[in-house]
Design a protein around this ligand. Structure first.
Ligand SMILES: O=C(O)c1ccccc1NCC(=O)[C@H](O)[C@H](O)COP(=O)(O)O
Length: 219
């Protein structure tokens, strides 16, 4: 089975090159001003041009209004929108129709009951991103480097397309793939040397760990 791999929170050409060289299927750009990974629509536009034809460019947005979304879509021309706030199913539908782009809805998971939040978005969101619930006091809805109990995803309907996210790194990705067998994975903090600072060696180590885990499973 193919595995999508998204490296999120890219800010520099060097980090983007590491992600693409490693085999990322998706690269993510953060439009949340409080994030150490924040980029302007114009900066993201320059980076996404380098990714064209190599990886899908994902704009990560938190409860943005139409004016900000218009600016992001115009300057960056993303392949996909990741809505990482409290966007309702109705808002997801409006955003999807307004831009004609696929939408990935991020949902926080802490306990099995959280999976009930998937149903209202089915048939509207093209994909889900299951992330850990932010720690108390965090200003960031994502990118916190915190994991959740991946076995919860065993309760998910088999038809739900998603990326597994939250606290992944080279050391734990093997367990994550074995326990959840997700169609896609997403990582940010686990390939950083400091918040917002991507590290080429950590990116390379992550891809190697993914490949090793997949080879073990195929053997
Ligand atoms: O990464 C951020 O700073 C961020 C800020 C606001 C909304 C979403 C954000 N990240 C979204 C992602 O897709 C991250 O890759 C995901 O939350 C996993 O992050 P991590 O646990 O650090 O690997």
């Amino acid at each position: 089975m193919a595995l999508d791999i998204k490296i999120c929170g890219l800010k520099t050409e060097a980090a983007l090159a590491s992600a693409i060289d490693g085999g990322a299927s998706h690269v993510g750009f953060i439009f949340f001003p409080k994030s150490p990974r924040y980029v302007t629509p114009q900066e993201a536009g320059v980076l996404r041009a380098r990714a064209s034809g190599k990886a899908k460019a994902v704009a990560v947005i938190v409860d943005a209004d139409d004016a900000f979304l218009d600016a992001i879509v115009a300057a960056m021309e993303p392949d996909m929108l990741q809505l990482h706030g409290a966007e309702s199913p109705e808002r997801v539908a409006v955003v999807k129709a307004r831009y004609g782009l696929p939408v990935m809805k991020a949902l926080a998971v802490q306990e099995a009951a959280d999976l009930a939040r998937v149903a209202p978005y089915r048939g509207i969101a093209d994909r889900f991103l299951f992330d850990a619930r932010p720690p108390a006091g965090s200003e960031l809805p994502g990118g916190n480097g915190v994991r959740f109990d991946w076995t919860i995803l065993a309760g998910l309907d088999a038809g739900v397309d998603y990326m597994l996210s939250g606290g992944l790194d080279a050391a734990n990705i093997g367990d994550a793939l074995r326990l959840a067998n997700p169609p896609g994975i997403d990582i940010s903090s686990g390939v950083e040397s400091a918040p917002g600072v991507k590290d080429a060696a950590l990116i390379e180590a992550f891809f190697k760990a993914v490949a090793a885990a997949r080879n073990d499973r195929a053997a």
